[in-house]
Ligand binder design. Structure first.
Ligand code: GSH
Length: 216
């Protein structure tokens, strides 16, 4: 299968992370936002919103949205639990990620760390920071409720909700959101990083995960 991504996309990192944890080979087609690749008609034909990630399936069709791609890849594995009630909990945390977690954290990382083109004290970015902190507090409380080895939506084995929430939580400090007061979140990040098959954003240079340098 082919994954269309960009070098630093946290949403595409979710897909690469799960594929690596499941040992599913993916061919990467890395596009450049700066070069305007996402606005090209050929890309918009397969991704009407002009966003990555997009997964090309074995039948040649395309799937957009990280949440649906994780769902697709996890079928038949423990990452998508078997019982309906747990499935519903996983979906609830994945919706939380899309609605309340990824948006503010991605904006903070993109504009304050990578592009450095916004004022962190502006009304808009103060609001993003407040929303991001609230989202991380909710995760901290949930992980506190789980056992010391628990996962965000499940007890015994991690699910795709953990994969969905991992990248932007891990990169939160880049956007100025410290994790010092979130010990359960930090322990959860380390548990994910210890899983066999874990893949860093830059697999050959894991220290670049938190780099703000724009070199390719
Ligand atoms: N809801 C989407 C969000 C995808 C998204 O925001 N992708 C970013 C990269 S991380 C993107 O393509 N940005 C370029 C743009 O929106 O023009 C998902 O979870 O896949």
């Amino acid at each position: 299968m082919i994954l269309y991504d960009t070098l630093r996309s946290g949403n595409a990192w979710k897909v690469r992370l799960l594929a690596s944890l499941l040992d599913i080979p993916l061919e990467r087609r890395t596009l450049s936002i700066d070069r305007g690749d996402l606005k090209q008609p050929a890309f918009q034909a397969i991704a009407p919103l002009g966003q990555v990630p997009v997964l090309e399936l074995p039948d040649g069709s395309h799937l957009a949205e990280s949440m649906s791609i994780l769902f697709y890849l996890a079928q038949g594995t423990t990452w998508w639990p078997a019982d309906c009630q747990t499935q519903a909990r996983v979906l609830s945390w994945m919706s939380f990620e899309q609605e309340h977690h990824m948006k503010p954290l991605a904006q903070l990382r993109l504009h304050l760390a990578l592009h450095r083109d916004r004022d962190p004290m502006s009304e808009e970015f103060t609001r993003h920071a407040e929303q991001a902190k609230r989202a991380l507090e909710l995760m901290e409380r949930q992980l506190d409720r789980q056992s010391a080895h628990g996962w965000i939506a499940t007890s015994n084995a991690p699910s795709i909700a953990d994969v969905a929430l991992y990248p932007y939580t891990c990169m939160a400090p880049m956007g100025g959101i410290a994790l010092e007061s979130s010990p359960s979140v930090r322990a959860w990040l380390r548990r994910i990083e210890a899983l066999p098959g874990y893949q860093a954003l830059f697999p050959a240079e894991p220290e670049r995960n938190h780099s703000t340098q724009e070199r390719p």
